[in-house]
Design a protein around this ligand. Structure first.
Ligand code: GUN
Ligand code: ZN
Length: 469
């Protein structure tokens, strides 16, 4: 492998940024470089990212690193762009690309009317393979390089997804959905068949290259206690495997769960009774939780995937981030496509900001971008690999374009700080703001007609516009 370099404005996190925001950032201009060893935020106005194959080997100010580079190292320079770690989506559904933007209902009816029929089509392996490819391209075009993905009950569809991810080189977490109750016959398995098929998939894919497995009981309505027990067995038998499910999203759902599981103290307890609440367990939504449930999530080290576009679209409710912070519950960002209405993490942060506003809270732009990168990586225990640009981690990154639309270009022109620019990107940006996505050291997406200027030079040059090729 040979070393490559990417030059441009660089931002990544080493820790959660202070909230409220460090006032020093509010007056920051492009001439100031940040990058002290202990800083939570690393911001390089003119930075260089060096990677060898799929691994980042160095990152720092271009002025320092360029002089150390040999003449043969190719440098790609992005002007008026911002280089960030690839986004992480902690909750998204593969089969639901075909029902995104379906009108008129709330969760339980939406599942019956739109989602279950779409999932039944995954019995056809050709459809599953084509959709896996399409879905991964949607993620990449949105700048998302790692996702925690619900497939369907069809094991072949999970194989197809992992094969497509392996071919692209992405780090993905995926699981076969387990459902043995309250689902159409064609989507119903048994506690034993779901256990065996999940186990075979874990043995085949978990830790295979960049692929990881998540045990995936859909939610407490569609799994019997017997199935949840077998899900717990899988987690015990395969340490390091993830758990993903849904929790306390919609009030009618919460009521149904209470009726179906009368011996549980509350919704989370249904999962806890079967050993499903632990580190690396990700519960989507968690909108209507009690303080007991918050405390239980905190002590287990489990996380919540905050999916604001979905919560607003389905009318499910507003997640109270302040309460999660008070209880010390880990959380990250998810799109929840197709109840979520966008693959774009920028659009997801836009709606997250508004959900906070509706509750008299705020979400700072730095914290928002932290949640979509390192915050999600930490929740998933992957912060040694992704969600950051620290040396030794994997070379997944996205280049955002400050000039991607006339409006964004104009508005960015009036910004005087990094936070102001981030806020413009998250409020006005979407897939159009993604100029390029790099996975494992390779550029896998270059937006056609992106306004961003990408130039190639060779090493030991101070000026990125010299030696254009
Ligand atoms: N709860 C159970 N299944 C689903 C699903 O597919 N989407 C959402 N948003 N919630 C769920
Ligand atoms: Zn979901």
């Amino acid at each position: 492998m040979s070393v490559q370099a990417v030059r441009g404005e660089i931002l990544y996190f080493r820790d959660q940024p202070a909230d409220p925001v460090d006032p020093a950032y509010a007056v920051q201009t492009d001439t100031i470089e940040r990058g002290a060893e202990d800083a939570a935020v690393v911001h390089l106005a003119d930075g260089l990212l060096l990677f060898d194959g799929g691994q980042i080997v160095d990152v720092g100010p271009a002025s320092t690193l360029l002089s150390q580079l040999g003449p043969d190292i190719p440098i790609q320079s992005y002007t008026h762009g911002l280089i960030l770690p690839g986004f992480i989506d902690s909750h998204v559904h593969l089969p639901q690309v075909d029902v995104i933007a379906s009108h008129g209902t709330q969760l339980l009816d939406w599942l019956e009317r739109y989602t279950f029929p779409a999932e039944q089509r995954f019995a056809d392996p050709a459809h599953a393979a084509e959709t896996a490819d399409f879905f991964l391209r949607q993620l990449i075009q949105a700048g998302t390089t790692t996702a925690m993905v619900f497939a369907t009950i069809h094991a072949d569809a999970v194989h197809a997804f992992f094969e497509a991810s392996e071919a692209l080189g992405t780090r993905m977490i995926c699981g076969r959905v387990m459902m043995d109750a309250h689902a159409p016959d064609a989507l119903r398995d048994t506690a034993e068949s779901s256990y065996k098929e999940s186990r075979d998939l874990i043995e085949r894919w978990h830790g295979c290259g960049r692929q990881l497995y998540a045990v995936t009981p859909r939610f407490a309505i569609t799994s019997t206690p017997q199935q949840l027990e077998r899900a717990g067995d899988l987690l015990d038998e395969f340490p390091g495997v993830y758990l993903q499910t849904h929790l306390s999203e919609n009030l009618s759902e919460v009521e149904a769960v209470q009726q179906l599981h009368p011996h549980s103290r509350d919704y989370l307890d249904v999962y806890d009774q079967h050993r499903l609440v632990r580190r690396h367990s990700v519960f989507a939504h968690g909108l209507h939780l009690s303080s007991r449930e918050h405390a239980c999530l905190h002590s287990a080290g489990a996380g919540i995937a905050f999916c604001p576009t979905s919560n607003l679209f389905l009318g499910s409710g507003l997640l109270n981030l302040g309460k999660l912070d008070e209880a010390g519950v880990a959380y990250g960002m998810g799109t929840d496509v197709g109840a979520g209405t966008s693959f774009s993490m920028l659009q997801t942060l836009n709606e997250a900001y508004k959900v906070a506003q509706l509750q008299g809270q705020t979400l700072s732009p730095l914290k928002a971008f932290y949640l979509a990168t390192l915050g999600n990586a930490r929740m998933l225990g992957l912060d040694n690999a992704v969600g950051t640009l620290e040396p030794g981690t994997e070379a997944d990154f996205v280049v955002l374009d400050y000039h991607c639309t006339d409006l964004i270009r104009r508005r960015i022109g009036a910004c005087r700080s990094l936070e102001a620019r981030l806020f413009v990107l998250m409020m006005l940006g979407d897939e159009r703001a993604v100029a390029a996505t790099w996975v494992n050291g390779e550029c896998v997406f270059d937006r056609p007609n992106a306004s961003i200027r990408r130039t190639s030079t060779n090493g030991t040059l101070d000026n990125p516009t010299r030696n254009k090729s």
